[in-house]
Design a protein around this ligand. Structure first.
Ligand SMILES: Cc1cc2nc3c(=O)[nH]c(=O)nc-3n(C[C@H](O)[C@H](O)[C@H](O)COP(=O)(O)OP(=O)(O)OC[C@H]3O[C@@H](n4cnc5c(N)ncnc54)[C@H](O)[C@@H]3O)c2cc1C
Length: 335
């Protein structure tokens, strides 16, 4: 696969990575933005989309998802390329720049790298089941991309939160059978959804397998034939199934970033706060992942860091053309 060329590869499409697209764009630098999540927005979109934020300058109150939508709109005139649903797994110097590789094989050649990776890449919490990897993407899924794929299937849903309950209610309409495995008999979902779940179970439309935990998988070549579950006393049950959907929330892990050779401090990248440069020339870090004395882990801090980093990247990419500083009110934005 040929590499995609860009000026700046931004790792992380959280609020800070998104604003960096704007700041880089104002200095006429093109960006590729890569995120392991399927949608932009980082913690704001993944963890608290409906919560109001009160400390974004100029917005007395703004919903977290609304802030993300605005940031994406602000970045839009600069035409960023988003590579979503893929983690950056490799970063290595190449020539005067860098080569990055993502989990699905995409390669990007960038003149500079801006790491806006927050607390690390988001990924699903995986149940500790032997042989799980062979089934992932074939009959074990951590999210529902196409509801229709589950029509007529025997589906085991594991978990006790909103995703587990909402997908049970939805798939019960089209699946051959839905079995819900949870280690408690109480569900942490919206009260009306939990009530509907109880109703469906009472009418026999779904099976509540509680209090049970996942214990094993049976099948061959990634094709599931049964899910084994066990209760607190060790009593086991075998659920004939075609599909398992574990909904145990998201985990964040620094992951491969820790192996790229930059100076770290308690899981954060050490930077020079004047430029946001890491210990490797050409690689900069901003937002929650960046550490320096007095660092405040706030979105507004990350915004200022994005501006500082964009100017530092410009100076690196254009050593012979000093930047003539202009306000946005003077320059305007494209389009
Ligand atoms: C419940 C809650 C409430 C909060 N309230 C406020 C508030 O009121 N005000 C405030 O200022 N802050 C608040 N915060 C903190 C705020 O959300 C963070 O400071 C902010 O999200 C940091 O932005 P970021 O862009 O640096 O990182 P993040 O939002 O964490 O985004 C980083 C992104 O990088 C991606 N990533 C990481 N590694 C890789 C990789 N190797 N490859 C691909 N992608 C990768 C991740 O998937 C993620 O999407 C709150 C946080 C929480 C959890």
């Amino acid at each position: 696969m040929t590499a995609q060329d860009t000026d700046i590869a931004i790792i992380g499409a959280g609020p800070v990575g998104l604003f960096a697209v704007f700041e880089a764009g104002m200095l006429k630098m093109r960006c590729h933005v890569i995120d392991s999540l399927e949608a932009v927005g980082g913690q704001c979109a993944a963890l608290y989309p409906e919560k109001p934020i009160y400390d974004i300058p100029g917005f007395p109150k703004i919903g977290a998802q609304d802030l993300i939508d605005n940031l994406a709109k602000q970045a839009e005139p600069f035409g960023p390329t988003y590579l979503l649903d893929q983690q950056v797994v490799e970063l290595a110097p190449e020539g005067s720049g860098f080569r990055l590789k993502t989990g699905n094989g995409t390669t990007i050649k960038a003149k500079a790298v801006l790491i806006a990776a927050g607390a690390g890449a988001f990924g699903p919490n995986r149940p500790p089941l032997a042989g799980l990897a062979a089934y992932e993407g074939k009959s074990v899924f951590y999210l529902v991309r196409r509801r229709e794929d589950f029509r007529g299937k025997r589906v085991v849903i594991a978990g006790g939160g909103d995703s587990a309950v909402d997908w049970t209610l939805s798939l019960a309409e089209i699946a051959a059978r839905v079995m819900v495995v949870h280690r408690r008999d109480k569900f942490r979902a919206a009260p009306e959804s939990a009530a509907k779940l109880a109703q469906l179970a009472k009418s026999g439309a779904i099976d509540l397998v509680v209090p049970y935990q996942l214990d094993g998988l049976e099948g061959a070549d990634g094709k599931l034939s049964a899910v084994l579950v066990k209760d607190l006393d060790g009593k086991t049950r075998r659920l004939d199934a075609d599909v398992l959907l574990p909904f145990f929330g998201l985990a964040m892990e620094l992951g491969p970033i820790a192996n790229w050779g930059m100076a770290l401090q308690k899981g954060h990248l050490v930077v020079d706060p004047a430029t946001m440069a890491t210990s490797i020339p050409g690689i900069f870090a901003i937002g929650d992942i960046a550490a320096y004395p007095g660092k405040l882990k706030l979105i507004l801090t990350g915004f200022a860091e994005a501006a500082a980093a964009a100017h530092a990247v410009y100076a690196r990419l254009h050593p012979d053309t000093p930047l003539h500083f202009e306000y946005s009110t003077t320059k305007g934005v494209p389009g």
